[in-house]
Design a protein around this ligand. Structure first.
Ligand code: NAP
Length: 327
């Protein structure tokens, strides 16, 4: 089969190569799938660079999220039929930027009807992260104000839709007019272009000085630090990621004097700590799709040959919504 491989670490465009490799084989608790669509995630960028918490041995095939068709299952796996359309996470080193991929059986879920392959591929990690972040970790309530950074990005676009679905008022922060348009279309009530506006000022203005109850922060660095200037009394700042490249340091005296919480989220941990919660979440999210309340924003649909350039666009912060590869 054809698969993209990383043999040495570096920028995605420099280190990803497309090769003819042997078909992977599923382990006893794994499922082999033919990839119908694979969505790019920032962790793919970080893994190419060697800067992610998960460091697969070289060479590996990245692509952590997919929609596929079941080809075969390991001897301890039951409940999946050949040809079934599924979504979920891949098991590296046999990732989704390939014609075939391997999934751990507890990361395989039915693809929601009503989503095409590209949308279904982009429906797992970002929405699960948004759901666990907003509901389980930050306890977002209807009527609260939610501030979402990188609101037109992958996890950000999901958080905007989930925030709206939960009855929150959503303020989306984006870089540039193209992303601002996307954030408005996603349903953000207020959109701030960080290239020309100060989000702290806007948040204070539209909340009559109260601030945001929940901040969803996939960017980190100065974005986190500035968010502490517009967090509400008893607000919660969700630490989602550091796409800006800088891991900020928290000023705990400030946390104390303003009565807010800094809440971490590593969604992947729930796969081992509470797999039932992931299944419950999938059911909730599938219902939200059926009710027309959420739907992945696919910015670009590319071919398998375009993986290196597509992942580099994500690395450079230039994507709107999700980039999906259709082999
Ligand atoms: N905690 C978890 O469990 C979890 C799960 C999934 C993903 N994540 C993390 O969430 C973050 C976002 O992932 P994603 O796949 O959804 O990516 P993404 O948000 O689609 O892309 C990153 C966005 O961050 C903003 N950004 C600001 N400074 C940037 C810089 N220097 N370089 C690149 N982007 C920059 C850009 O949006 P603007 O221009 O609009 O600001 C860019 O579009 C990553 O750090 C990822 O590791 C965490």
């Amino acid at each position: 089969m054809r698969a993209w491989q990383v043999h040495e670490l570096g920028e995605p465009r420099d280190v990803l190569t497309l090769a003819e490799v042997p078909d992977p084989e599923p382990g006893p608790r794994q499922v082999l799938v033919r990839v119908r669509a694979a969505a790019a995630n920032f962790p793919d960028v970080l893994m190419c660079r060697g800067g992610y918490q998960v460091r697969p041995p070289l060479p590996f095939t990245p692509g952590i999220e997919l929609c596929g068709e079941v080809v075969a299952a390991g001897r301890e796996v039951t409940g999946f039929a050949a040809g079934e359309r599924v979504i979920g996470g891949s098991s590296l080193p046999s990732g989704a930027f390939a014609e075939l991929a391997v999934m751990n059986s507890d990361s395989v879920f039915p693809a929601p009807e009503g989503l095409d392959d590209a949308e279904a591929a982009a429906f797992f990690i970002t929405y699960q992260t948004g759901w666990f972040g907003l509901h389980r970790r930050a306890r977002l309530a209807a009527g609260e104000t939610l501030l979402v950074h990188a609101a037109a990005g992958g996890v950000g676009s999901g958080a905007v839709q989930l925030g709206r679905a939960a009855g929150a008022r959503v303020i989306g922060v984006v870089g540039g007019e193209r992303k601002a348009e996307a954030a408005r279309a996603l349903g953000a009530d207020v959109v701030v272009d960080r290239l020309s506006q100060d989000f702290v000022e806007v948040v204070k203005e539209v909340t009559d000085g109260r601030g945001a109850d929940v901040v969803y922060d996939p960017v980190g660095g100065e974005t986190y630090t500035r968010s502490t200037k517009c967090i509400a009394f008893e607000g919660r700042i969700l630490v989602i990621g550091f796409a800006g490249g800088e891991i900020p340091t928290a000023a705990l005296n400030h946390v104390l004097i303003k009565n807010y919480s800094i809440v971490g989220l590593h969604w992947g941990l729930y796969q081992s700590k509470d797999p039932q919660a992931i299944r419950d979440c999938h059911a909730q999210l599938t219902k939200l799709v059926a009710d027309g309340l959420i739907r992945p924003l696919i910015g670009e649909r590319l071919g398998l040959a375009e993986v290196a350039d597509g992942v580099q666009t994500l690395a450079d912060g230039d994507t709107v919504g999700r980039i999906v590869f259709l082999p």
